[in-house]
Design a protein around this ligand. Structure first.
Ligand SMILES: [Zn+2]
Ligand SMILES: [Zn+2]
Length: 347
């Protein structure tokens, strides 16, 4: 038996989000029913709600930064109990059999992970995301949110937090490493906090110096404006790792020149258009240009535990559900410091 629950959905690519109800499946043996407390607004929510990637499934309930509390458990659930504080990120299932799933890299599942929304589950039914009061999720795709993290500040960690944690961990940000974060938005601000907590020397590369005070408060040791050509001369050969969070097309050759020998530039933001690259900027200095997408379930749990240990929540502005459309416009105008979080009790 499915249950209809309140949600905010985009009825079509061109329409604003509005209050409606969507079906949630009956709680299966391995499922938990989660009462959603908060849902972050990720830039990709806006992109998908407006069908930026094509083939959007409507009505669409976005939201893959979900924090809530377990209110019911299936008969075979062992990992969670009623009352547990939990999170759900960008995916709610995967094939569980391929090499990547077995290694805990479910985000790279060869059969494709099942997105938390704008996707279809194993039965072919549409998935609906976190702009809602309740969600039913398999316990194996549910994260534990440590008590030290407030649920509202924890919600954005499920996408923004893990998107930055994963490359910082993989490319070993830490003491003695010089790390630059390009762009200080929802993703970038978590990158600064996490890289600083890992012990790295952190530089923000932002278009202007407008957010310098914020950047330093978040843990940056240095802050430079990329609109100033002198920045690229001054910082040539400086960084072990650069993580770019921007979706605007960058001059990749210029950014690569900021790396030391064996340094890596990792993209977590993605420009829509193909980019041009002078390959000498890779050959000189044996540099790497890489990409990274969220993280697996085990690593996402590791990230939540790390953030709890270091007191790292997201910087948030909590909004009511009826402010979602306005919030979308503000995200597009970069007018948010640094993440909107929907109070699900207002849905
Ligand atoms: Zn996201
Ligand atoms: Zn798989």
């Amino acid at each position: 038996m499915t249950t209809n629950v309140p949600a905010y959905a985009a009825p079509s690519a061109k329409a604003p989000l509005e209050r409606t109800t969507v079906p949630r499946r009956a709680v299966g043996a391995h499922d938990v029913l989660i009462e959603i407390k908060y849902a972050g607004i990720c830039h990709s929510d806006i992109h998908q709600a407006r069908d930026g990637w094509g083939q959007g499934i409507y009505p669409m309930v976005p939201g893959h930064e979900i924090a809530g509390v377990v209110t019911e458990t299936g008969a075979s659930v062992t990992r969670f109990r009623v009352g547990d504080r939990v999170g759900v990120g960008c995916f709610v299932d995967s094939c569980r059999e391929c090499d990547y799933c077995r290694q805990g890299l479910e985000q790279y599942c060869v059969r494709g992970m099942t997105g938390t929304y704008n996707d279809r589950d194993g039965n072919g039914d549409p998935t609906y995301g976190g702009y809602s009061t309740h969600i039913v999720v398999d316990e194996n795709y549910t994260l534990r949110i440590p008590d030290a993290l407030p649920l509202d500040e924890a919600a954005p960690l499920l996408c923004a937090g893990i998107t930055l944690y994963s490359p910082l961990a993989r490319w070993k940000a830490g003491p003695g490493k010089s790390v630059a974060v390009v762009g200080l938005g929802g993703l970038g601000h978590m990158g600064v906090k996490i890289a600083h907590a890992m012990g790295a020397e952190v530089t923000v590369l932002s278009q202007s110096l407008r957010k310098e005070a914020d950047g330093r408060k978040l843990g940056a040791d240095h802050f430079h404006a990329t609109s100033d050509p002198a920045t690229f001369e001054k910082l040539a050969g400086t960084f072990d790792l650069i993580v770019s969070t921007v979706s605007a097309p960058l001059d990749f050759s210029a950014y690569l020149s900021l790396l030391k020998t064996d340094g890596a530039l990792v993209n977590v933001g993605a420009p829509e258009e193909p980019v041009a690259l002078n390959l000498f900027s890779l050959i000189n200095g044996r540099r790497t240009l890489a990409g990274s997408m969220i993280g697996g379930i085990a690593e996402t749990q590791e990230m939540l535990d790390f953030c709890a240990e270091h007191g790292l929540g997201a910087e948030i502005e909590v909004i009511r559900a009826d402010q979602i459309n306005e919030a979308y416009e503000r995200v597009l105008a970069s007018d948010v410091r640094y993440r909107f979080v929907i109070d699900a009790s207002t849905i």
